[in-house]
Design a protein around this ligand. Sequence first.
Ligand SMILES: *[C@@H]1O[C@H](CO)[C@@H](O)[C@H](O)[C@H]1NC(C)=O
Ligand SMILES: *[C@@H]1O[C@H](CO)[C@@H](O)[C@H](O)[C@H]1NC(C)=O
Ligand SMILES: *[C@@H]1O[C@H](CO)[C@@H](O)[C@H](O)[C@H]1NC(C)=O
Ligand SMILES: *[C@@H]1O[C@H](CO)[C@@H](O)[C@H](O)[C@H]1NC(C)=O
Ligand SMILES: *[C@@H]1O[C@H](CO)[C@@H](O)[C@H](O)[C@H]1NC(C)=O
Ligand SMILES: *[C@@H]1O[C@H](CO)[C@@H](O)[C@H](O)[C@H]1NC(C)=O
Length: 368
Amino acid sequence: MISILIISFGLLLSSSIILSDDYSENLSVNTGETATFICDLPEKYSNKKADFYGPTGRLLVAKTDEDITSGDRTRFILEHTYAWTWSLILSDASDDDAGEYTCRISSSSDHQTLTIIKRFNLTVLTPPKIIDIIIESNNNEILKENEQIILKCLARGMPQPKIIWQLPGKTFQLNERNDGNIIAYENKLLIKNLSRTTPVDYQCIADNGIPPRDTRTKRLFPSISPEMTIQSSIQSSHIILNCTITARPLNSAKWKRNRFEINTIKRKQINNYTVELILLLDINTNIFGMYECEAENQFKVSKAFINIDESILFNRTTTLLPKYHRTSSYAQIELLLNQTSICTYNFYFILLINIILVNYSHGFYNRR
Ligand SMILES: *[C@@H]1O[C@H](CO)[C@@H](O)[C@H](O)[C@H]1NC(C)=O
Ligand SMILES: *[C@@H]1O[C@H](CO)[C@@H](O)[C@H](O)[C@H]1NC(C)=O
Ligand SMILES: *[C@@H]1O[C@H](CO)[C@@H](O)[C@H](O)[C@H]1NC(C)=O
Ligand SMILES: *[C@@H]1O[C@H](CO)[C@@H](O)[C@H](O)[C@H]1NC(C)=O
Ligand SMILES: *[C@@H]1O[C@H](CO)[C@@H](O)[C@H](O)[C@H]1NC(C)=O
Ligand SMILES: *[C@@H]1O[C@H](CO)[C@@H](O)[C@H](O)[C@H]1NC(C)=O
C-alpha cells in the first residue's frame, strides 16, 4: 500500500518537472574542500523557497531536517543569504558527490510542480591514484628472458592522469621514443627484449595537476634456469672451490661432498641473478672426494662436479709450470703449489686435481 503510494507519487513528481528558465554552471572542487551552489531566483519567484537536488535526485536539503539522510545532514547546509538567493554549501567533497545538482522551486501551492531554476555540474577534482601496474602481454606469471613484454599503468583521478615512466637515469614521456629497447606510449611501456641486462625497476608516475602525484614501481626479473661454472684455486694451505651460479629465482644452492651437503660454505650475492658459493678446503685434512655444486629452481636442477682424488701428489720440484690436458669430458690440471706456505716456505709440490665438469643428466656416476 505504502509502496504503491510512493511509486504513484514518484511518477507524479517526475512527470510534473517543468524544464524552464534553467541555466547551467560548471563547478569544480578539490576533494575534501567546500563547494557552494548559488541559486538566484528570478524575480517572479523571489518569494519562493529553493530546494536542491543531488546527482541521485535525492532531496538534500528541505524545509525540515527530516528530509536529509543523517550522514549528509552535517555536510550539506542551506543558506538563505538574500531574499532571492539560496546557497547550498557542500563541505568535505568526495568523488561520490560529483554529478548534476539542481535548484528547483515549487511553482504551485500543491508542491508537485517543480521548476528547475539552475543546473550545476559538479566536478570533484581528485589527485591521481595508481591502481596497479600490470603486465599486459603476459598470460602467466613467468617472465621469460629475451621476450617482449608490455607494462600498463592503471591510474584513476579527475581529470584523468597523464602517465610518465621513469627508469634509473632516464625519463620516458608520452609517445616519446628513447632507448631502442624500451618505448613508452600512452600509459604503456614496451620492453622489446627483457633480459638480465635490462633495468630492474620501472616507475610509473601519474600526474593530473592535482597534487600529490602518485608513483609506483614495478620490478621485473626475467626467469633464468640455473647456469653454473666451477673454478678452483689454491691459496696458502687451502683449495678454494668457487661455484658461480646464475639463476632467477634461485630456490636452493649447495655444495655436496660425496653426495652429502656441506654446511660450511660462504655464499656471496654478486647481483640479482648471480651468487658465488665458496668452499674452502684445508689441504692438511682429508679432502678427497667428489664435490658437487647443485642449484635448483622450478625450471631445472643443475649440477657441476669436481673430483679431488688420490692423484694429488707431493712433488718437490722447483718448476712452476702447470700442465693442462683436456679431453671432451675430462680435464686434468696439475696445479703447482708453493709448499712453503704449508710447511717451511722453501719447497714446492704439485697438486693434481682432476676437474670433471659434467651435467648430472649425462649420468656421471653411471659412467664410472
Ligand atoms: C560545462 O562543461 C561542459 C563539458 O565540459 C561544456 O560542454 C559546457 O559548455 C560547460 N557549460 C558552461 C556553462 O560552461
Ligand atoms: C560535467 O563536467 C565534466 C567535466 O568538465 C564533463 O566531463 C561532463 O560532461 C559534464 N556533464 C554535463 C552533464 O555537463
Ligand atoms: C636480448 O638481449 C640479450 C642481452 O642483451 C641478447 O643476448 C639477445 O640476443 C637479445 N635477444 C633479442 C631477440 O634481441
Ligand atoms: C669465482 O669465480 C668467478 C668466475 O667464475 C670469479 O669472477 C670470481 O672472482 C670468483 N670468486 C672468488 C672468490 O674467487
Ligand atoms: C637488485 O636490483 C635492484 C635494482 O636495481 C638493486 O637496488 C639491488 O641492490 C639489487 N640487488 C642485488 C643483490 O644486487
Ligand atoms: C713430479 O711431477 C712430474 C711432472 O709434474 C712428474 O712427472 C713426476 O712423476 C712427479 N714426481 C713424483 C715423485 O711424483
